[in-house]
Design a protein around this ligand. Sequence first.
Ligand code: ADP
Ligand code: ADP
Length: 222
Amino acid sequence: MIKLKDVIKEYKINDAETLRALKGINLDIKEGELVVLRGASGSGKSTVLSLIAALSKPTSGEVEVDGDKISKLADNFASEYRRHNIGFVFQKYNLIPNLSVKENILLPLVPMNLSKKEIDEKLKRVLKMFHIEHKSEQLVKNLSGGEQQRVAIARANINNPKIILADEPTANLDEKLSLHFIEMLQELKAEGKTIVVATHDPLFFGLNFADREIELHHGSII
Ligand code: ADP
Ligand code: ADP
């Protein structure tokens, strides 16, 4: 479902220098697979996620999702692609503290021009799925860490995307909450979602919950 072919990604540092963050990556992730991308900080994990999300383009090589060359999409088509296919969970959640749970979860729908009925149905589905119905009207800043985590994953799922990308999702969580998070990922996998988690959290390793662990080292898969 997700294919990276000979992907090289270089970042321009200044006029004279570039940094080669990915040095020719080949990856083939199947539909419904749960993959953990591991590797030290700076090894290229976030870069791989940003390419799959069409947030950036490879310097050379190709990224295909469902047979479409997303590395060739013009910007407006890239955001359309993201909206319909990708759910993101970030390290620090990127929630807006002064908005309610409901408002935060609905943010990805703002540009979509949906009917009230469609919005309500989508909201109801994720509130229920992640057990936060009772907090729907509360401001996010008043929630516990575990509740904020559920809001973040609910928001990532509001459009029922096929692909969930999580970047260091447990970086700020204690062990109990991290394990809860992993359980939520397993539930999403059971629904048939394709999931890629970038992490160097040792909790993820050896738990045997991922279909595959892929290790990056200085921009290469080892
Ligand atoms: P990881 O997620 O494994 O920590 P990243 O993909 O964030 O790794 O980064 C890989 C390498 O690319 C690092 O050396 C990082 O400093 C560099 N890098 C990432 N983003 C940029 C950018 N926008 N500009 C310049 N260098 C970047
Ligand atoms: P946990 O230990 O399960 O992570 P907390 O002890 O932080 O949870 O919070 C318990 C409950 O109190 C939660 O339902 C949370 O929403 C509520 N709560 C926590 N902090 C605040 C606050 N500042 N204002 C309102 N409610 C709060």
